[in-house]
Design a protein. Structure first.
Length: 243
């Protein structure tokens, strides 16, 4: 069985949930059948969006490569990074390392294609959207991409950074309005394209907005679930039915 390498801490709660999904999604029956996981949790890696938008000169790639090399030396067979915005640096990481790095952007585009849809809405950080890395991957698959307008994107960033990352109360109604606007504009599915956003699905028991809960449960592609499924598949571990 192959060993999974994880560059974590981008952000910390998303990493914890990713590890939880790897465990929950594996169709195994005893401890020894789960995959071995090596992790470098480095929350001190500079903010990816701030660098991409030119708001910071602190390039995160240096610490990301450092973490990747450490995982390589530990014996990881491949590397996963539970952060969609980090996909901006995928080519540099792949060039610097001797083991494969899972391209989450490509995996999300492939997951969208499997849904047989023509229009995909992306809910992601401004860094991911401004760089166009995920948008381009999806368009290469022949699908149209819809993004929140500037005002709603700012609201989404507030949900991601202040509420989810910052540990404040989630404005479920606001998130539902942002997501519903993309669906009303023609999106046939939505990508939760920031790995903080799947945490909303994990916390659905606290959601009092029925429309928001329906969108999260039935209309979204979860970036962390996609990454966990890919990691397990590379290890030759079957996925439980229902995921």
């Amino acid at each position: 069985m192959k060993t999974i390498g994880v560059i974590g801490g981008l952000g910390p709660m998303a990493t914890v949930y990713y590890l939880e999904l790897i465990t929950k999604m594996a169709d195994v029956h005893r401890d020894q059948e789960h995959p071995r996981i090596y992790m470098q949790s480095m929350p001190d890696i500079p903010d990816r969006t701030a660098y991409i938008l030119g708001q910071s000169e602190d390039n995160p790639i240096h610490l990301m490569i450092q973490a990747g090399k450490a995982l390589q030396q530990m014996g990881a067979d491949f590397i996963t990074v539970p952060c969609v915005t980090a996909g901006y640096f995928y080519a540099q990481m792949e060039e610097a390392l001797d083991i494969p790095v899972v391209n989450l952007l490509q995996e999300l585009a492939d997951a969208s294609k499997r849904r047989n849809v023509q229009k995909v809405g992306i809910l992601a950080t401004s860094g991911t959207n401004r760089s166009g890395v995920l948008t381009e991957m999806i368009r290469r698959q022949g699908m149209e991409v819809l993004l929140p307008d500037e005002s709603r994107q700012e609201q989404l960033m507030d949900i991601i950074y202040r509420q989810i990352k910052g540990g404040e109360a989630i404005d479920w109604q606001l998130f539902g309005e942002i997501a519903e606007n993309l669906l009303d504009s023609g999106a046939e599915c939505l990508i939760l394209g920031c790995t903080e956003l799947p945490l909303l699905r994990k916390e659905l028991c606290h959601c009092t907005e029925k429309q928001c809960a329906d969108i999260l449960q039935n209309h979204c592609i979860d970036a962390l679930e996609v990454l966990a499924e890919c990691a397990l598949s590379r290890c030759g571990i079957p996925i439980k039915q229902g995921w």
